[in-house]
Design a protein around this ligand. Structure first.
Ligand code: SF4
Length: 500
């Protein structure tokens, strides 16, 4: 059983996935998520574009492991300038760097083509942090080349989405506050992956953000529910779950709910290493959420104070992050004095011209509304972030100041951030729009509603122009907008019951 770079990547996304892929109930594993497939397709297309632009190369993309390995060694010995998808093996390690490039001193540089940014958190004028998962993969390629005598330095190159080459010095510290090097981290990850693959070590699932796109989602979720695992508590996650398991010997939601907070805090006072990183507020919140789960009832901690306006808009965008492209602005409009209606602005093509057109039309619509007598609800900061990007991309139709004023207006509400996250709790592990709306009885017309699928549908529509696909995209978006309204109304109802 080889350890590949993608296994190291999987481990960094979720430390349990490596074990589950190997020893988990295979019949419970689902097909890859369509969005993940779309990313693969786009990644392969991008890879092809980059490699074609680099000039002539030897393509070792096809064949058995043994034949590809033999051919790679042959080409490296020959001194071939560019090798695409060469395959290197040493003991239990197997790596396929996208490109092996011959350097002036005769050694080779491993290069990986990525369809994302080469840095983490890229700022406007500065370079961001190097990405850990890219660095770890390059460490493996660098090590494999060294083992075969084709490399001396500890470095590799990432070619990012814009074709920019970013050198990763793997013997450098990971950051100013983290003196351990990328190579140290690689060795740590490798050792963990080895233990998991050989079943010497076993770890548990933990519900978290990366689960949604994972083929094991329903399997792991079933396990967490059956075991009453602490990761069923919203926002707890793997790290805190493991700390509580170890320090308090508590594994189940049902067992943490009745805990005496003052006793836990006393214990923590005596031994500072206990529940590291968790203060009084966090512990109280965990116990409170455990109670909510077990009581099966949502709660609100402050009286709902929504804007009282004649028109309420429930807004949601659909965008394709693989192209950094917004293709739909959808609004469900509810008026005190009229029929509710769905309004939308849809890009007919994934071109900048169309993206700009719908952005302008959206603002014309907003400006046509009676100022101070409409409110707008959206769910999560994503809409705001996406609008800021549009502002950077296109001149007009509004200024930065106008956009800031719009989002700072008390009538424009991020229902998730400003209300759900701050003032409510639900007997759910996730407070996403889909999870809360479904919990309170809303259902989407589509049988498999998901933003990821909408992206796939849109990409298909661009190719086929099938009108049924557009109907599906619009129905899905309209239902997302309505789900936002449904949640807002439910919050009001819970508040009225508690505070009237
Ligand atoms: S569903 Fe979640 S916990 Fe399970 S393997 Fe996938 S990412 Fe890990």
């Amino acid at each position: 059983m080889y350890i590949t770079a993608s296994r190291l990547y999987d481990y960094m996304q979720c430390p349990h996935k490596v074990w589950r892929d190997q020893y988990g109930p295979q019949e419970e594993k689902m097909e890859p998520n369509p969005f993940v497939e779309l990313l693969w397709e786009k990644g392969i297309l991008h890879e092809k574009e980059v490699i074609e632009a680099l000039g002539s190369y030897v393509d070792l993309n096809k064949g058995s492991i043994a034949s590809r390995y033999n051919k790679t060694i042959k080409e490296l010995r020959k001194g071939t300038p560019l090798i695409y998808q060469g395959l290197l093996i040493h003991q239990d390690l197997l790596g396929i760097p996208d490109i092996l490039k011959k350097m002036p001193d005769g050694t080779y540089m491993p290069m990986d083509i990525k369809s994302g940014s080469g840095y983490e958190n890229v700022g406007e004028d500065k370079e961001g942090k190097l990405k850990k998962h890219y660095a770890i993969q390059l460490c493996m390629y660098s090590e494999l080349l060294k083992k075969h005598g084709f490399k001396k330095d500890n470095n590799g190159i990432i070619i990012d989405i814009n074709g920019k080459e970013i050198e990763y010095i793997l013997s450098n510290p990971q950051g100013r506050r983290n003196p351990s090097t990328w190579l140290d981290e690689y060795r740590k990850v490798l050792s963990e992956v080895r233990s998991l693959i050989s079943n010497k070590k076993k770890n548990k699932p933990a519900l978290g953000g990366s689960c949604r796109l994972c083929p094991w989602y329903y399997s792991c979720r079933g396990w967490c529910e059956k075991e009453d695992d602490l990761s069923n508590i919203f926002y707890l996650g793997r790290a805190k779950r493991d700390i509580i398991n170890k320090d308090l010997k508590i594994k189940r939601v049902g067992d943490i709910r009745g805990c005496d907070i003052s006793k836990i805090l006393d214990k923590k006072k005596k031994d500072k290493s206990i529940l590291k990183g968790m203060g009084k507020k966090t512990i109280e919140k965990i116990i409170c959420r455990a109670n909510i789960i077990k009581d099966g009832k949502p709660d609100i901690y402050s009286k709902a104070d929504f804007p009282k306006t004649r028109i309420e808009l429930f807004f949601d965008i659909e965008d394709d992050p693989t192209q950094d492209f917004i293709y739909l602005h959808g609004i469900f409009e509810r008026r005190k004095d009229g029929q509710p209606k769905y309004v939308y602005f849809l890009a007919e093509d994934s071109t900048p011209g169309e993206e700009k057109r719908i952005w302008e039309e959206f603002w014309s619509y907003i400006k046509s509304l009676p100022e101070d007598n409409f409110s707008l609800y959206y769910y999560s900061p994503h809409e705001k972030t996406a609008f800021k990007k549009l502002l950077e991309k296109y001149d007009g139709p509004i200024t930065e100041e106008e956009l800031d004023n719009f989002f700072n207006n008390k009538n424009v509400v991020d229902l998730y951030q400003d209300v759900i996250y701050k003032y409510t709790d639900w007997p759910l592990w996730s407070y996403s729009l889909k999870d809360i709306a479904t919990y309170i009885g809303f259902s989407w017309r589509d049988k498999t509603p998901s933003g990821a699928l909408s992206i796939q549908w849109y990409n298909k529509y661009i190719k086929t122009r099938d009108p049924d696909i557009i109907k599906r995209i619009l129905a899905y978006n309209e239902d997302d907008c309505k789900a936002t309204m449904f949640i807002k109304d439910k919050v009001q109802e819970i508040s009225d019951k508690k505070y009237s």
